[in-house]
Ligand binder design. Structure first.
Ligand code: SF4
Ligand code: SF4
Length: 479
């Protein structure tokens, strides 16, 4: 069967990374996909704690359909295959049939369903139509976590090499490539970018500075989504401006052996999640850093914040999202933000990974309200907010752009339009990419920016050019 046509955006990869597959799945028993899938599922169950979860789910299955109403993908597509329970029940059905005693007994005495290649390919499709936003979980009276089941389904699929190429290639480069980062930015390239950013900041802010790299014994080792070094210079300069203005310039560093906070293992593979975490922590250890400071990236923040303690135990260094650091500086009076610079209407998009699945909802709002006079909320907001439509790694899969625009992001686009905002703040590399594509696709007159992009415009730099003077210069330049 030709999987590249059967599953849009998903392809079977004859990958050299097989040698790194977990649970020693190096010996493939022939080409039989069904057998390989069941072997992979069995290995996952043997080496992880998913079994009790699946047992509890299959015993408490009810059909109240609250999750269906909460799911933005289903609401936009109307396709029964996007019903959260449908996807979950598919995996639970396989689990029950092949990995439980009663399921096995039932199969002896009745016409039990048999797993087929077609069912596996269907899973390859529908498990990558869920953005793992976990909005459904918030409304389920039984606490069913369909996002987690999506992830488990993807994990098993990845073990039989059904995984979006974009995710697989990025992870492989991060763990096995020469650069150890997902965008293949070499060390010399990073240093060039940092030199360029320092020159830009000197021109814009009127202060001379040099980005600290590979410094030991610092309070903060900084990691952002490495793509930000190429795509989001204003966010990075905003981060740097806070560190400079607060007087903390000598307290942070960027490591030169590993400078990528991205962890796509969070989207599809426990094994890759763990190994990327270990790689990140080893860089902090090498530099004898005391805290991990994660830039504007939702999934990178959640992966580090939630899973470094899981995998590193008592050796886990504390993890901070940059917005927490900035808020702390603001509350302590270490930085000042000029409230006269940002005059446009601004709204805030909550990245699922740090809001609904995380701990960051009010912090960015407190910062925004301190210097943005016309701040408006989306409806719903905070932990109930809608996913951008590119969550769960979907934003990286260019082959499903149409699906991300027409279905997964459709309600988000409408929600954004209704705010009338001219700027939407999205403090996450993945959300920014998806939202930029959405506003263009739906022709919404709204600019997508990071929180620190706006801070860069408004921050008072001791001994530097004032925010209003910078604004006047920028306006002149624009004219
Ligand atoms: S996690 Fe999000 S996209 Fe997936 S089923 Fe639940 S609400 Fe829908
Ligand atoms: S909300 Fe929970 S209980 Fe209701 S149908 Fe969905 S998974 Fe089942």
């Amino acid at each position: 069967m030709d999987t590249t046509t059967a599953v849009p955006g998903i392809e079977t990869i004859d990958s050299p990374s097989r040698r790194t597959l977990p649970y020693h799945l190096m010996k493939h028993p022939g080409d039989d996909l069904v057998d390989r899938f069941l072997e992979a599922f069995g290995r996952v169950l043997e080496f992880t704690d998913y079994k009790p979860l699946l047992d509890s789910y299959r015993r408490s299955n009810t059909k109240c359909n609250r999750c269906a109403v909460a799911c933005p993908v289903l609401q936009a597509s109307g396709d029964p295959k996007d019903i959260p329970c449908y996807r979950t029940n598919l995996l639970l059905g396989i689990y029950e049939r092949y990995f439980t005693l009663d399921g096995w007994l039932k199969s002896r005495f009745s016409n039990a369903f048999e797993l087929t290649e077609e069912i596996i390919f269907e899973m390859g499709d529908i498990f990558y139509r869920c953005t793992a936003c976990r909005r459904c979980t918030r409304v389920c009276p039984l606490g069913f976590d369909h996002g987690l089941i999506t992830r488990l389904g993807r994990y098993v699929l990845s073990l039989v090499d059904i995984v979006p190429k974009a995710l697989q290639v990025s992870v492989q480069e991060q763990l096995e490539g020469e650069t150890h980062n997902t965008s293949k930015v070499p060390r010399a390239g990073l240093l060039d970018v940092l030199e360029f950013l320092a020159e830009e900041m000197e021109e814009m802010l009127g202060v001379e500075l040099e980005f600290p790299t590979d410094r030991e014994d610092r309070d903060y080792v900084f990691f952002c989504a490495v793509s930000d070094y190429l795509m989001e210079p204003d966010t990075l300069m905003g981060n740097a401006a806070v560190l400079y203005a607060s007087g903390d310039w000598d307290r942070w560093t960027i490591g030169l052996c590993n400078y990528d906070g991205i962890n796509y293992g969070l989207f599809y593979s426990d094994w890759h999640l763990e190994n990327i975490i270990k790689q990140l922590v080893s860089e902090v250890d090498r530099l004898r850093g005391r805290n991990i400071l994660i830039g504007e990236c939702g999934h990178a923040s959640r992966a580090a914040h939630d899973f470094i303690p899981t995998f590193m135990g008592s050796k886990a260094p504390p993890v901070l999202n940059f917005m927490e650091y900035t808020l702390d500086c603001l509350r302590k009076g270490k930085i000042t933000l000029d409230p006269d610079v940002i005059t446009e209407r601004v709204t805030y998009h909550d990245p699922c990974n740090i809001a609904r699945s995380g701990w960051i909802v009010e912090q960015p709002r407190e910062i925004l309200r301190s210097f943005v006079p016309d701040f408006v909320e989306m409806t719903p907001r905070g932990s109930d907010n809608l996913c951008c439509g590119g969550g769960g790694g979907l934003v990286s899969v260019d082959e499903i752009h149409e699906f991300r625009m027409d279905i997964a992001g459709r309600m988000k686009a409408e929600q954004l339009r209704q705010t009338g905002a001219e700027i939407v703040v999205a403090p996450c590399a993945n959300c920014k990419k998806q939202l930029k594509e959405l506003v263009e696709y739906y022709d919404i007159p709204c600019r997508v920016a990071g929180l620190h992009d706006l801070i860069l415009q408004s921050i008072v730099i001791p001994g530097g050019i004032s925010p209003m003077e910078r604004k006047e210069r920028a306006d002149l330049f624009t004219i």
